[in-house]
Design a protein. Structure first.
Lengths: 364, 375
């Protein structure tokens, strides 16, 4: 089977599954819980490894790691509910402790076993084509099966409980009052995040899962204010960064998962700068345009009061503008056809006068 | 005991212990400020974001001098924290998502650079990835000197600007109204945290650095409500964790230092959470148990009082009034008797003068809403 195809499809499945649940993490302000869960996956895997006495089967690993993820969530919530430690501090306390336990166990008991730390960091997406399984008589990559099921699970959960998720995300109080059991939903979502983290662990490593869970939804968050569009965009950004990341990684001979995270970060940067909603540059341009428009209308209103052309000096003195800004405002008004050149100065056109009748910046 | 003698004689162990303890002090002090300013996870972001800086410093200079690499890492972390601020000021993205985005994209880029260096054949990259999980055993005297310089800068500035930092941390609005440069002071505190992270990268590594900033501060917070005391305690806890982590890891082979330091500081935090006077969870439980007991006794006495004054106080009437089983009421009456509040009489039971007095007080207190005295 084509190696590229296996890796790319695996990456697409990882990013789709992650973006689906990640959207709700971002909206519920629990983005960093994914950081904690993904770190806790590691000791979970070590634990499963120990319980099954060294078997590297997938199912016990998945279960062990998912349990560890849920244990992290529970611990963090218990800590912050005691009121002694704030939620973010609780996250930053719990996962290093668990991760340390995992590292300690590995260095004590499994020094020579294949549980190396590189896998924790980079994942082994490049090995995806070599781990195959037989399904309906055909040999297909194991990662396709695991991640495909995961994607379907996440998708099914969101489709089934879309209304409940939406309500409990945006108005938890109302959701509780209406009897939608936000607590159950919360733990269900956290379980899915844990499963996703475990499923993605082998492909992209423990730490870069956060990039797949958070960056695409955060990018989508900057681009839209509607939930269905946000989910769609998040999946899209995830897929785009998977494809572009893979291409770049092959070209530069660097870590595939790392490159995918980098490209996702670049997507976020683009959205941050150019988002039509609130991009840094777009809103700057918009503000500039609005300033000019107001200035042009002001100019128009001022000129309409005079029956002779007004010299530039007088306008500058009147409004306290600098000459460059006046030139820009005049340009804007001329372009809009509100003013026309008349001898030495400017005078309003009939169109400009009509505009002034309907809307006036001076409030008249 | 042998280990303690080794600290003074064994060159490697001395460096490791010193480095770990220094990290504890610096991380403890700056972590306390970060926690109080509600930026607990800043350290996590700074540490992860340092990775591409370390790799870039190596690519650009080609040297593996720790100070050069850490400088690159510090700059990258600093840049990431500025970017987080820019995102927060200009968009409605929640803070945790902004942190998560910066953390993971910088880290991803760092991994890319690391693998890129690894795959270049001419370069000897071994030793760069030790910053990810830390490698305390590789700390040499020059590293300890670096730590001392970095730490002194950070602690000296905290000492000099203590009053300003305190004000900015607890009441930024008031600080602004006094004309203090609140934003610059905040940036300065963040920059000092970068110094702490630079010290930590070599000892506990990128992944575990967050705990070195949070746990000592959170533990110290349980013991005191005063900033100065909290800073000293936090520094002390950090140093203790560094010390014990380094010593335990030296006591046997194959014990990694970084994780042991983190586990030590976690144990300190757990003990503080449960046992610190006033704020400890154990005392909370004891207090709420005592309160429940007191309220129970008071309700019981008031019920007996009402029956005593308006009806007859017997086992049956009390059970009826309290809607509980006879056996339970018998037990409850026994409790009241043990306190000398009721005594047997010819009709059944009667309040003693003490019990009458007490219930009268309770009634008065409930009427005016005063807190009752402890029984």
């Amino acid at each position: 089977m084509n190696v590229d195809l296996v890796i790319i499809l695996t990456a697409i499945l990882v990013s789709t599954a992650s973006a689906l649940v990640g959207t709700f993490l971002v909206l519920r302000r629990m983005a960093l819980m994914s950081d904690a869960i993904s770190h806790a996956v590691f000791p979970g895997i070590v634990l499963a490894f120990w319980l099954t006495s060294g078997d590297r089967a997938s199912l016990p690993m998945l279960l062990g790691a998912a349990t560890a993820g849920l244990a992290t969530v529970t611990l963090v919530e218990w800590l912050s509910r005691t009121g002694k430690v704030r939620n973010d501090a609780a996250i930053g306390i719990v996962f290093p402790a668990l991760f340390s336990l995992g590292v300690l166990a590995v260095s004590l008991y499994y020094r020579d076993v294949h549980l190396d730390m590189d896998a924790v960091l980079y994942g082994e997406i490049a090995f995806a084509p070599f781990e195959t399984t037989t399904l309906w008589g055909r040999e297909i990559p194991e990662s396709w099966v695991v991640l495909g099921l995961l994607t379907l699970l996440n998708l099914g959960f969101i489709l089934l409980f879309y209304k409940e998720l939406k309500l409990s995300t945006f108005d938890p109080g109302l959701a509780a009052a209406l009897g939608f059991a936000p607590g159950v939903l919360h733990y269900a979502l956290m379980s899915l995040v844990s499963f996703t983290a475990v499923g993605a662990f082998q492909s992209v490593g423990a730490i870069l899962i956060v990039a797949f869970l958070i960056i695409p939804p955060a990018t989508a968050y900057l681009l839209t204010q509607r939930l269905p569009i946000m989910i769609g965009l998040a999946v899209g950004v995830g897929i785009v960064s998977s494809l572009a990341g893979y291409g770049l990684a092959i070209w530069l001979d660097a870590s595939i998962a790392g490159m995918m995270a980098t490209v996702a970060g670049l997507c976020f940067a683009l959205a941050f700068l150019f988002s039509p909603l609130e991009g840094l540059l777009t809103s700057r341009v918009r503000r500039q345009r609005q300033r000019l428009e107001v200035a042009a209308r002001l100019l128009l209103a001022h000129l309409a009061h005079h029956d002779r052309p007004v010299p530039e000096q007088e306008i500058l003195a009147e409004f306290g503008w600098n000459p460059r800004f006046l030139r820009q405002a005049r340009e804007k008004a001329l372009q809009a056809g509100w003013l026309e050149v008349f001898g030495e100065g400017l005078r309003p056109t009939s169109r400009g006068l009509a505009i002034r009748q309907t809307t006036s910046v001076l409030g008249k | 005991m042998e280990v303690f003698i080794h600290i003074f004689t064994d060159y490697t162990l001395r460096n490791v212990v010193l480095g770990a303890a220094l990290l504890g002090v610096i991380g403890g002090v700056l972590g306390a400020f970060a926690m109080l300013r509600r930026q607990s996870l800043l350290g996590e972001v700074l540490a992860h974001a340092a990775l591409p800086g370390i790799a870039l410093a190596f690519i650009l200079t080609g040297v593996k001098l720790p100070l050069v690499l850490l400088l690159g890492g510090g700059l990258a972390g600093w840049l990431a924290s500025l970017l987080v601020l820019a995102v927060l000021r200009n968009t409605r993205l929640p803070e945790d998502s902004a942190l998560g985005v910066m953390l993971s994209s910088f880290f991803g880029f760092g991994i890319v650079l690391l693998t890129f260096i690894q795959h270049r054949e001419d370069a000897d990259q071994a030793g760069l990835d030790r910053f990810i999980f830390g490698q305390a055993s590789a700390i040499v005297t020059s590293d300890v000197l670096n730590f001392i310089v970095l730490g002194s800068i950070a602690l000296l500035l905290v000492g000099l600007l203590y009053k300003e930092f305190k004000l900015v941390t607890f009441d930024p609005d008031y600080a602004t109204s006094l004309g203090l440069p609140v934003r610059s002071l905040g940036t300065l505190l963040t920059s000092l945290t970068v110094l702490a992270v630079m010290v930590g990268l070599q000892t506990v590594g990128v992944v575990l650095m967050a705990a070195m900033l949070i746990a000592p501060a959170a533990a110290a917070r349980q013991w005191t409500d005063r900033l100065a005391a909290m800073l000293w305690l936090s520094a002390g806890f950090g140093a203790l964790a560094g010390l014990s982590g380094a010593l335990i890891s030296a006591s046997r082979e194959n014990l990694p230092t970084g994780p042991l330091i983190i586990l030590s500081v976690s144990v300190i935090l757990l003990v503080s959470l449960f046992l610190a006077p006033l704020r400890g969870l154990v005392w909370d439980w004891v207090r709420s148990r005592q309160n429940r007991r007191r309220v129970h006794l008071e309700r019981l006495l008031l019920d007996a009082h009402v029956l005593h004054n308006h009806d007859v106080l017997t086992l049956e009437t009390l059970a009826l009034r309290r809607r509980e089983s006879l056996a339970l009421t018998r037990q409850h009456l026994e409790e009241l008797r043990a306190r000398g509040w009721v005594q047997p009489s010819k009709e059944g039971f009667a309040l003693t003068p003490v019990g009458d007095q007490k219930s009268h007080e309770l009634e008065q207190a409930m009427r005016v809403g005063l807190p009752t005295k402890h029984p």
